[in-house]
Design a protein around this ligand. Structure first.
Ligand SMILES: Cc1cc2nc3c(=O)[nH]c(=O)nc-3n(C[C@H](O)[C@H](O)[C@H](O)COP(=O)(O)OP(=O)(O)OC[C@H]3O[C@@H](n4cnc5c(N)ncnc54)[C@H](O)[C@@H]3O)c2cc1C
Length: 581
């Protein structure tokens, strides 16, 4: 249950912004930063946590998209170009992902045609500092990826960039705030205010405290992703999308050396991506008519993905799936095309000209890989609607927070006595600001690893809780990957919640409530990927983790850090979670 808590940055009803940006996915966070850097007074509002919508469910790739070349050339070109800029402004956040596209004798294209497509894609690689493809024979491919099914003709490689998508959103939001914007999470827009025909702001409700208020602004920028049509309706305007559901399976570790591209039973391309400490498999792409807030993953969707990968990586079912997630692509409307063939182009809508609703601007469609360019085009329109003189965009050269320079990880590890993997993960998230974070931390927090899977220190957790709009335990997964590892949060949920509670002044009952909500939400992501005895064992284990934690720190509050109960650690260490897939 959400706890009553004051909004992070109070704004009186009289405040007036130039633009209120609705939705802090990658699109809205990018728009807010761009607008603030161009001198506008900006308020960014998000109904949940930063980046918790579609962006959280993306494949985490900054890529041109090889398959778009066929029917969506401009999307490939813009994505590659923008990917190069994103690499330049956030060098610490992007990591290379080398794809292996294995070819078997029954491949409909064969290695020659596949290589020809790659030769075309090679023309875009320089935009994003990628290397040209390499053609491998079967033996070379199997040496790189020994788990591949025998019988290969060969393979071709393809360079792409991976990114922690939630972190990319957080850095844009922090960058926006540093440029003067106000950023509010757990703040839902419930209505659009109009005076005459003109849009004059939004009504909001805190999802933490229930408090309602008005945010006045000259322009409302609708960056609500799959929720964008709903926001338009609130203002009396219209916007039509063709939303599509995409499902991923997330493994709690890396299960291959390279990323793989495979074909599904219906001929669609699926990807396996070793992504930081995890592996991501996906994705489906199906028309979606429901509520983007309530998404479920079905066993059929899981089976569709596993079936495709099993043909190429026969051991796939032996690995343990940590969870499955679903997200809705806010694709522009199109008729007479399969979901997969829909353009990933984007459009900025000035609803003044389009629907007679002056002051409402929407941005829809696109991809994360070109969010910067989408934001640039949107802010150009916002400036026009405001009647302001053109101010050039600088987001292609202004570093995102932490992107100000390149850091020597070994030096950071040495200076602060950190194990190298801890320093590596810290620098990957905070870049040039990692040393300042450690310098500002309490000495006892610097090396205290709280989440062992990722790994994350207490120093980093305190830093993000204090400065990156973290309100709930689940936000820590998005912000720094805490609770996202092999233990699925079973070992770190309690200590992380206690640290969050310490910072927020929560009672022990509030801490326990947070852990319970977290464990319940995690469990809801499991049924489609665990079955039978494993599911029962996990249920039991979840209950035990919750109960032992609560017994160790019972309400009412007042006690310090509780001593672990005898037997609790042994239970937490036990191997009850066995793989069935
Ligand atoms: C399965 C899948 C995989 C993908 N993989 C990739 C990839 O690898 N690379 C790539 O470039 N692109 C990828 N995409 C596309 C990319 O993820 C999306 O284009 C992008 O994340 C959309 O971001 P957004 O900010 O527009 O939407 P969202 O991330 O959904 O953000 C919209 C936000 O608005 C908020 N909101 C809605 N209504 C309100 C309201 N009333 N008040 C306040 N807030 C509100 C929501 O909570 C949400 O956080 C993928 C998409 C899917 C579905």
């Amino acid at each position: 249950m959400p706890r009553p808590r004051a909004l992070s940055v109070p704004t009186g009803d009289d405040s007036e912004f130039d633009v209120v940006v609705v939705g802090a996915g990658i699109t809205g966070a990018g728009v807010a930063r761009d607008a603030a850097l161009r001198g506008l007074r900006v308020c960014l509002v998000e109904q949940h946590d930063l980046g918790s919508g579609t962006t959280w469910g993306s494949s985490g790739m900054i890529h041109g998209g090889l398959r778009y070349i066929e029917y969506d050339w401009e999307t490939t070109r813009v994505s590659c170009l923008d990917g190069g800029y994103i690499k330049r402004i956030a060098p610490h956040l992007l990591f290379p992902v080398v794809f292996l596209l294995p070819i078997y004798p029954d491949d409909p294209f064969g290695i020659e045609k596949k290589e020809t497509a790659l030769e075309v894609y090679d023309r875009f690689q320089p935009y994003k500092a990628g290397r040209p493809h390499v053609r491998l024979d079967a033996e070379e491919a199997r040496r790189l990826e020994p788990g591949l099914r025998p019988g290969l003709v060969g393979a071709v490689t393809m360079d792409e960039w991976g990114v922690d998508s939630a972190r990319l959103v957080a850095l844009n939001a922090i960058g926006a705030r540093e440029a003067g914007a106000e950023v509010r999470t757990y703040t839902e827009v419930t209505g659009v205010i109009r005076e005459g025909r003109n849009v004059r702001g939004v009504r909001v409700r805190s999802r933490l405290s229930g408090a309602e208020e008005t945010i006045r602004a000259k322009v409302v920028c609708n960056a609500a992703g799959p929720w964008a049509p709903r926001l338009c309706e609130m203002a009396g305007a219209s916007l039509r999308l063709r939303p599509a559901k995409g499902v991923h399976l997330i493994y709690d570790r890396r299960i291959s050396n390279c990323a793989l591209g495979v074909e599904a039973v219906d001929g669609r391309d699926l990807l396996l991506v070793p992504h930081a400490n995890q592996t991501i498999l996906g994705t489906t792409d199906d028309d979606f008519y429901g509520d983007p807030e309530h998404l479920e993953v079905t066993e059929d969707e899981v089976e569709y993905i596993l079936q495709a990968f099993e043909r190429v990586l026969p051991s796939i079912r032996q690995h343990r799936i940590a969870h499955a997630n679903a997200a809705i692509r806010p694709t522009l409307f199109g008729w007479r095309r399969y979901e997969d063939d829909l353009s990933r182009e984007y459009e900025v809508f000035d609803h003044g000209a389009r629907d007679g609703v002056p002051g409402l601007v929407s941005i829809a469609g696109g991809k994360m890989s070109m969010f910067r360019k989408m934001a640039e085009d949107t802010v150009d329109v916002v400036l026009r609607v405001l009647g302001r003189a053109y101010v050039p965009c600088t987001t292609h050269t202004t570093p995102l927070p932490g992107g100000e320079g390149v850091v020597d990880v070994t030096e950071v590890a040495g200076n602060f006595g950190l194990p190298l993997p801890v320093a590596q993960r810290l620098v990957a998230r905070h870049g040039a600001r990692a040393e300042a974070l450690l310098g500002d931390a309490e000495p006892e927090d610097r090396r205290a690893v709280l989440c062992e899977c990722e790994p994350v220190t207490r120093a980093e957790l305190r830093h993000v809780v204090r400065s990156e709009s973290v309100e709930r335990l689940e936000d820590l997964y998005r912000r720094v990957r805490c609770t996202g590892g092999a233990c699925l949060g079973m070992r770190c949920a309690w200590p992380a919640a206690r640290l969050l509670g310490e910072e927020r002044g929560w009672t022990a009952r509030q801490v326990a409530g947070e852990v319970r909500d977290f464990l319940d939400a995690r469990w809801l992501q499991r049924p489609s990927v665990v079955r039978g005895a494993t599911a029962a064992q996990e249920q039991l284990y979840r209950g035990a983790v919750y109960a032992l934690g609560e017994v160790a720190d019972p309400p009412p509050a007042g006690a310090g850090e509780p001593a672990p109960l005898p037997g609790a650690a042994a239970l937490a260490e036990s191997r009850l979670l066995t793989a069935e897939h």
